[in-house]
Design a protein around this ligand. Structure first.
Ligand SMILES: Nc1nc2c(ncn2[C@@H]2O[C@H](COP(=O)(O)OP(=O)(O)O)[C@@H](O)[C@H]2O)c(=O)[nH]1
Ligand SMILES: [Mg+2]
Length: 354
């Protein structure tokens, strides 16, 4: 799963990228994209690891791409930007709210709505361009009459874009969803807005155009997250006890990484299940609604192929009882078949045959 960090230059993208991935300063990434892995924080994995004391503890992973800033109208910058955006599964738009004279900006003032719309507009133009070419090609195709459904869909999407609506906000029927899966529209990618605030604005929650931003988020179904990237990055480099003290003082109740990963899992409909044992405690990421057999295939295709049963217990039940022995004694390690829908937080053991 790749999350692309996008935004204007000098908004804190690289600062946030380094904070989330724990990578050191690699200097400027002018003109090229950097990638690194973030571990998805999960209290449940911390707890399970304490109980099983495994040789290895593995958190879910999120690959982050630090995409060079967008300079509107600059052809070359837009090409690198759009090509990298195309690779990402989801996008995190970092928006500058911090106001600091020592950090130059391309505009004279801080205006989050202007920035949100500028970036959205660039993605939108790219989609519009693709759609117009495709419509033109279909209209010149001898089999045009067999492609009417697609043509109508594209016309509808074009209409939306021309009214500055993102493709993600267009309602589609099943057949249309099917057609859409053959395209990779940029404004159809799940988008999160990440406001990079002044360090003192995190606590009181008061900042420029907050109402407007929230309305924009609601109307376009885009989640909005607040962080203070540079101060949080400074804090992350401190000793653990100092860390907690400063976080509390600043009113940061959750780290940026916790907020961003949770919001992204929700937005993308992702859940986690766990496998446990002496060797490894591990979190696996799947889409909500995934069957036990499909979940097994995440681990190994042999387990999927030789699937017999899944043994499952939900996290809370396990925690209440405190051990696998207690769970089994109470008969709460349920046996489930291959069509069983895996739930968030289940501890699963797959029985299989090779
Ligand atoms: N005051 C303040 N400065 C920040 C914040 N985030 C980033 N900066 C500074 O803004 C400058 C640009 O940050 P950078 O992360 O490189 O921005 P990018 O161009 O979007 O990747 C750097 O000097 C950062 O230290 C923040 O939350 N508050
Ligand atoms: Mg940068």
């Amino acid at each position: 799963m790749q999350l692309g960090i996008i935004g204007m230059p000098q908004v804190g993208k690289t600062t946030l990228f380094e904070l989330l991935t724990g990578t050191a300063d690699k200097g400027s990434n002018q003109g090229k994209a950097n990638t690194a892995i973030a571990k998805v924080p999960d209290e449940r994995i911390n707890y399970l690891s304490q109980i099983f004391k495994p040789k290895k503890t593995t958190y879910a992973q999120l690959e982050l791409i630090d995409i060079p800033g967008l300079i509107p109208g600059a052809e070359k910058s837009a090409t690198v930007f759009l090509d990298t955006v195309r690779r990402a599964d989801a996008l995190l738009h970092v928006v500058r709210l911090f106001d600091n004279d020592s950090v130059p900006y391309m505009y004279d003032n801080i205006d989050p709505i202007r920035d949100i719309e500028t970036v959205a507009y660039e993605l939108l133009l790219s989609d519009l361009d693709l759609i117009e070419k495709r419509i033109d090609r279909i209209n010149h195709n001898k089999k045009r009459n067999q492609m009417l459904k697609e043509l109508h869909l594209l016309e509808r999407l074009k209409d939306a874009l021309e009214n500055e609506k993102l493709i993600s906000s267009v309602n589609l029927d099943e057949e249309e969803e099917q057609i859409m899966s053959t395209y990779q529209f940029l404004t159809n990618k799940p988008l999160l807005i990440c406001l990079n605030l002044n360090e003192n604005d995190i606590k009181d929650g008061i900042y420029n155009k907050k109402e407007d931003i929230n309305r924009y988020g609601r109307e376009n179904q885009i989640p909005v997250i607040e962080v203070a990237a540079s101060i949080e990055k400074e804090i992350s480099e401190l000793e653990p006890d100092e860390k907690d003290m400063f976080m509390e003082e600043l009113g940061i109740t959750e780290t940026g990484l916790v907020k961003i990963s949770r919001t992204m899992y929700n937005r993308l409909g992702l859940i986690s299940f766990f496998t446990v044992g002496e060797d490894e405690v591990k979190a696996w990421t799947i889409e909500a609604g995934t069957s036990a057999r499909k979940a097994a295939s995440k681990i190994h295709s042999d387990i999927e192929r030789g699937f017999i049963r899944a043994e499952a217990v939900d996290y809370q039940t396990f925690k209440d009882l405190g051990s696998m022995t207690a769970v089994k004694e109470k008969g709460l390690f349920r046996l489930e078949g291959k069509e069983y829908t895996v739930k968030d937080g289940e501890i699963i053991h797959f029985r299989f045959n090779v």
